[in-house]
Design a protein around this ligand. Structure first.
Ligand SMILES: Cc1ncc(COP(=O)(O)O)c(C=O)c1O
Length: 345
């Protein structure tokens, strides 16, 4: 038999890369999107869930029925729940109350036990989803805590898979990599591999307006005044994640909720790629960067598209939601005009 797999986990990784043709048509360079939505759990987080759990298995830390605990804004939860089912573990997740009810239902459908925690409390607050996950892991014997923000295996998963895939898919021609940073694992692990192959590859992180990561990169200091609520899930932080290797990053770009939302919709309508909110964010980051540092014809640019748009139907793909946010230039069929008149500076 060919193209037959023993279980869903064998489908993780080796995601396709597709050229963007319309949204980037004003740029002279080739731009490719790595479609992490094509992982079986529909996001890049499948890679880290599998890598971290298999590492714990190799160390003998897990037995059938062991408990895997994680804090997650959604995607890592889907991936940990999926891996747990196939491998016979129980999955307990703490999520932020910014998480949409359908995401929580999805996690529960995959057998996870879910704790919903307030998003707008400091990370060290006992009610934060970090602290809740930590305390569940600490009081549950025989459990492991994935701890994606501070686990170097998060970086290693991308160093071993995403980075080499990008290098091979571009035949070593990549000149720029853009990725949104949440834990920073995707960007850091890929960057570490790519810089080993060619130190001249430029690595650009995309941060959210309301997060401290870009400010920390620029100044080496945490500026608490930069912290404010924002809508984009999965990127940006109010703490400095240990999985973000700032020394592998060349620049950071900061994008806002509104522009990232329009770009997400624009990618769907122009490229027929249904991406998540950070798909729009990373593309917006690219376009902002290109204004400051124009690309050359021979540049080969890669964007990580982290997850699938089906998770955002009642959010960024909902005209009602867009209107509630005051994103009133939501002219789904008229993006050219929106971007040319209102936003392109
Ligand atoms: C939708 C989405 N985009 C981007 C990211 C950022 O990836 P990383 O945590 O590897 O920086 C995440 C991480 O949670 C995510 O869920």
């Amino acid at each position: 038999m060919t193209n037959v797999y023993n279980n869903i986990l064998e489908l993780i990784g080796n995601t396709p890369m597709v050229r963007l043709n319309k949204i980037t048509q004003e740029l002279p360079s080739a731009v490719f999107a790595k479609l992490e939505s094509m992982n079986p759990g529909h996001s890049t987080k499948d890679r880290i869930a599998l890598h971290i759990i298999e590492n714990a298995e190799r160390k003998g830390l897990l037995k059938p029925g062991s408990i895997i605990v994680e804090t997650t804004s959604g995607n890592t939860g889907f991936s940990v729940a999926m891996v747990s089912i196939i491998k016979g573990y129980k999955c307990i997740l703490s999520v932020s109350d910014k998480t949409k009810p359908e995401k929580i239902a999805y996690l529960k459908a995959l057998g996870a036990e879910v704790y919903v925690c307030p998003a707008n409390v400091p990370a060290e607050d006992p009610r934060s989803y970090y602290e809740v996950a930590k305390s569940i892991a600490a009081r549950t014997p025989g459990s492991i805590y994935i701890n994606q923000y501070f686990n170097e295996l998060n970086i290693d998963a991308h160093y071993q898979t995403t980075g080499p895939e990008i290098w091979e898919q571009t035949e070593g021609k990549i000149t720029h990599l853009f990725a949104c940073t949440g834990t920073g694992g995707t960007l850091s692990g890929s960057a570490k591999y790519l810089k080993e192959k060619n130190p001249d590859v430029k690595i650009i992180g995309v941060d959210a307006d309301g997060s401290i990561l870009k400010g920390y990169f620029d100044t080496g200091k945490i500026n608490k005044d930069e912290i404010k609520p924002y809508q984009i899930e999965g990127m940006g932080k109010n703490l400095i994640p240990g999985a973000l290797l700032f020394d592998k990053v060349d620049s950071f770009v900061r994008v806002n909720d509104e522009m990232a939302a329009y770009r997400t919709r624009e990618i769907a309508i122009k490229e027929a790629i249904m991406g998540g909110y950070t798909t729009g964010a990373v593309t917006q980051g690219l376009l902002q960067y290109a204004k400051e540092y124009p690309f050359k014809k021979e540049d080969v640019v890669v964007l990580i598209f982290p997850d699938h748009g089906s998770r955002y139907i009642s959010k960024v793909y909902s005209d009602e939601w867009m209107a509630q946010q005051g994103f009133t230039h939501n002219c789904v069929h008229n993006y050219e005009e929106v971007f040319k008149t209102q936003y392109v500076k």
